[in-house]
Design a protein around this ligand. Structure first.
Ligand SMILES: [Zn+2]
Length: 130
């Protein structure tokens, strides 16, 4: 059986933003190599600027997400971490966590965060109460 490692969503987005910044710098650096052909240099510079602007947007987005994230103490490593959505992983030890008692003990699955799943769950509950 293959063991899947889940990383915390905030960490995932953060590393994505970091990759964007680096690729922006690399693109601009490549642009400098084309000093002689101005339009090529310009294209690389514009792409680099777009990547850096995008990463700034992603960082702002992380900031907004962080304020909505639920701070908790990880039961596994006892460090403070933040949770996004109904299921997430600990930032430090990658321990899958859930806020939903109904999902406790179930296998960690990203699908629990999707709208479709929550809709299905609601429909199921409605059918039961009928
Ligand atoms: Zn932990």
């Amino acid at each position: 059986m293959s063991q899947l490692v889940y990383s915390s969503k905030i960490n995932k987005i953060r590393s994505f933003a970091l990759i964007l910044i680096f690729s922006g710098i690399v693109l601009m650096y490549v642009g400098l190599l084309f000093k002689k052909t101005e339009w090529v240099m310009l294209i690389f510079f514009i792409l680099g600027i777009i990547a850096i602007v995008l990463s700034t947007v992603v960082y702002l987005w992380i900031g907004m997400l962080s304020t909505r994230a639920v701070p908790i103490i990880c039961p596994s490593c006892e460090k403070p971490t933040k949770m996004l959505g109904r299921v997430d992983a600990c930032m430090h030890c990658k321990q899958p966590l859930t806020l939903d008692k109904a999902l406790e003990g179930k296998e960690f699955d990203e699908k629990y965060n999707t709208r479709k799943y929550q809709k299905e769950l609601k429909e199921k509950q409605n059918n039961k109460s009928k």
